[in-house]
Design a protein around this ligand. Sequence first.
Ligand SMILES: Cc1ncc(COP(=O)(O)O)c(C=O)c1O
Length: 336
Amino acid sequence: MNIYELRTPALLVHSAALEHNLAIMHNARPRTTLRPHVKAHKCTALARRQVAHGHTAFTCATPREVIGMATAGLGRDLLLANEVLDRTLLGDMAAVQHLATVHIAVDSVDTIDAAADAGLRYVLIDVNIGLPRCGCAPADAGVLADHARSRGLFVSGVMGYEGHLMMVSDRDEQKVRVDRAVDKLLAAHLLVGGEVISGGGTGTYDLHDQLTEVQAGSYALMDTHYAQLGLPFQQACTVLGTVISTCAGHSVVDVGLKALGMDHGNPQVRSVDGESGDVWFVSDEHTTFSNLAVRTNHRVHVLPAHIDPTMALHDVAWVVDGDEVVDQWRIDLRGW
Ligand SMILES: Cc1ncc(COP(=O)(O)O)c(C=O)c1O
């Protein structure tokens, strides 16, 4: 099959760019020094490519991702880097522990008690290192670790996510601020103990010499938001669309916000020859653009600004080598 035979919108994974990205990252953070975040692709077939590049431990954001990875045989070492209080979901994750080593992030007595009651075994103390989201105060990490141990849980170490620093464009400034954030994690680690010091993401993957592992996920497929940083990763995901209408001055492709994660802004549009157009706006089922020589029925690539929510909107990724479709991957880790 080739891309002109696909129904649009169609999510494409460009295999050469994906393999390039996986190789660059593995070179920088080999084996378990990277714990790839599967929330960025939600696809066990893609996770298998990461295993092929040597990474055997994974980060997840939802119980569905943990359970899906475990049942797919990819559960050697899974970390749910997120807090869960729902006893049913915690029980469902405990039920796959014969297939997987499951670590859960905890940041309170309540999350620890819920994990222990559900029969989970391993936790990381999640520490707030500057992003106002989950995570305990660094000074509280030791007391929480003691409580977890008193509940029979094995505390493997700490995690903290400096998401607020991913897009700092001045690399020197970014390094200084990341080091300050990591200092908070290291202080918490002194109180907690354990082998694991986990954090980081695509925007900071090469700035960490104190973490035992980095949780980057977007690097595999990339998006136009991260592309602004000039990282050595290529855009490996596009949403293929069909030009359905043209007018003097603008054209319309059948890829809209129901096929794209939009929270990082508008996508980019490129012709199949790699020429860039100017995006005017995106609506439910359409993107309107100009300055590309296209006619109705032409195919164009729409480059998402945010990869994670884009993947979560599609059932299938078509793996392509140039114009040829070489495989079909299910986005099988969607949902919660
Ligand atoms: C807990 C956690 N770790 C790591 C990441 C890194 O992801 P990315 O590769 O997109 O920077 C994220 C992204 O939101 C996250 O929430």
